[in-house]
Design a protein around this ligand. Structure first.
Ligand code: SAM
Ligand code: SF4
Ligand code: F3S
Length: 470
């Protein structure tokens, strides 16, 4: 892929360090360096952390050498994600020994899962802070500065950080995430998220709209509303006199300005409603793109996964999406080799992929996570080589489906929101169409943040290549 920007639901992002391009006018006494792992929500949390730390006189830096505080905002979704963080912590060990006063902290889902044990296991960690405890960071940093080990991993039923304006770290100035809820009430048996992020809670609708308005006023042209299960967003005001559903929220954000594109992620197949589909159809600026993780195509496995829908239910949803939104982009997540998965179950997953013809897919082999329902109830009995072989088959089928989908777009014209200069050539720009496909085209007089009509002339498996038309 040329410029694939798969940030929205690709929780395989590993250890990217960000800081704002320009530090602004404020000068900070101390510097923090933050690396983020995992899903978009975790990256967005790093921006909330940055905002809290700025208030405390810490400015962000991309240069670890000048940091007084190193933070790793971690992910626990698969074993490999945690291994990467452990490796990174050992890399920081000699730096910490050589730099008196340097503090190292672990934030996020791994902090929540392993808690204080991290301090014992990783002797040079000073701070362990879970996803709902970031407001206590200033106090914990002060405590750690006196040589004490500091931990706060309390989960909350209310915390949404709704009043905190995130400091945009990964900043292209055009697209941004806005978290609309936290936690998850589903109990998919393979998943660690309900344990690391706690109960689901929805953020105040007014604070979400305000944040999106501010982004638009600051030149942003796309917001992605984030939640583990956005369709169950449901906010009630304190007096109990006003409620807002996800479809209503989507509409409120869409009405900010027709030039502000709105995306969202993730939709759970059991919860996405016709009302949401009709809202997408009604507003041109709500993008025709839905991330609808299937996980498996086998009813038996779906039941063991506790996904609470059947293969038939899922297929009906896809059919309904195509009825209401004929040109809607569709993406998914798939897990291969879940407990007891047979070759027949695997074939059902491949058949589902043939049916749904996804434009984008995030595919993984099953990784057992301690404490989850699956770990407690079922045996992780599919050998790793089988899991990986099945994954390779799923990936290959998806690749050929997606390539066929790309070829169908050659000759069509799309409205592209320009996100930046192509990595391959300074003479090319890249952006995405409504359906979330990446499009590359010659720069001419266009710039970041412009909407440009581009006629597609060719494609690779991940990128459409075209030319602007007048
Ligand atoms: N909330 C979303 C949903 O319901 O689909 C996504 C949650 S999770 C952050 C993203 C993806 O990671 C899941 O959809 C699933 O495919 C994958 N995943 C979660 N737990 C996993 C595990 N134990 N092993 C492999 N993949 C896993
Ligand atoms: Fe995990 Fe399921 Fe919640 Fe998604 S919906 S975060 S897969 S428990
Ligand atoms: Fe996200 Fe990983 Fe936590 S995917 S919610 S950072 S476990």
């Amino acid at each position: 892929m040329l410029d694939q920007v798969t940030k929205v639901h690709d929780e395989s992002r590993q250890g990217e360090a960000f800081a704002p391009e320009a530090a602004g006018t404020q000068t900070y006494i101390k510097k923090f360096y933050i690396e983020s792992y995992g899903c978009a929500m975790n990256f967005n949390d790093s921006e909330i952390v940055a905002s809290i730390l700025n208030q405390e006189g810490f400015g962000a830096t991309r240069n670890v050498d000048e940091a007084d505080l190193i933070l790793l905002n971690t992910c626990s979704i698969r074993e490999k994600a945690e291994q990467t963080v452990r490796k990174r912590l050992t890399e920081f060990r000699s730096r910490k020994k050589a730099t008196p006063g340097l503090l190292v902290g672990v934030l996020g889902c791994m902090a929540e899962r392993i808690k204080g044990k991290l301090l014992e296991e990783e002797k040079l960690v000073d701070l362990v802070v879970g996803p709902d405890a970031y407001r206590s960071l200033p106090a914990l940093i002060a405590e750690a500065g006196t040589g004490q080990k500091s931990v706060n991993v309390l989960l909350s039923r209310e915390e949404t950080y709704g009043d905190i304006s995130p400091v945009r770290l990964d900043n292209n100035g055009v697209t941004s995430f806005v978290s609309i809820m936290r936690g998850c009430n589903n109990m998919c048996s393979f998943c660690v998220v309900p344990f690391t992020r706690g109960r689901e809670r929805s953020r105040d609708a007014y604070s979400i709209v305000r944040e999106a308005e501010e982004l638009f006023e600051n030149g942003y042209r796309e917001v992605t509303l984030l939640g583990q299960n956005v369709d169950s967003y449901y906010w009630t005001n304190d007096a109990g006199t006003e409620t807002v559903t996800f479809a209503q929220l989507l509409e409120r954000v869409a009405l900010i300005n027709p030039l502000l594109r709105v995306r969202f992620s993730t939709s759970h197949p059991k919860d996405i409603t016709d009302e949401v589909l009709f809202t997408i159809a009604k507003h041109e600026n709500v993008c025709n793109y839905i991330h609808l993780p299937v996980q498996s195509g086998s009813n038996r496995i779906l039941q063991l996964m506790n996904r609470t829908y059947t293969r038939e239910w899922y297929m009906k949803k896809v059919t309904r999406i195509r009825e209401i939104l004929p040109d809607c982009g569709l993406s998914t997540d798939v897990i291969t080799g879940f407990c007891t998965e047979t070759e027949e179950d695997h074939q059902e997953t491949l058949n589902m992929m043939r049916f749904a013809h996804y434009d984008l897919a995030y595919m993984y082999f099953y990784s057992e996570r301690p404490g989850t329902l699956a770990e407690r109830r079922y045996q992780d009995d599919v050998p790793e080589d089988v899991k990986k072989r099945r994954l390779a088959e799923v990936v290959e089928l998806h690749r050929s489906n997606a390539e066929a989908g790309m070829k169908k777009d050659v000759g069509k014209t799309f409205r592209v929101l320009v996100e930046g200069t192509s990595k391959r050539s300074a003479e090319q720009l890249f952006g995405r169409n409504d359906q979330n496909k990446v499009i590359v085209f010659p720069k001419e007089q266009f710039k970041k943040g412009d909407y440009v009509m581009v006629k597609i002339e060719s494609c690779t498996s991940g990128t459409l290549i075209g030319k602007a038309i007048a």
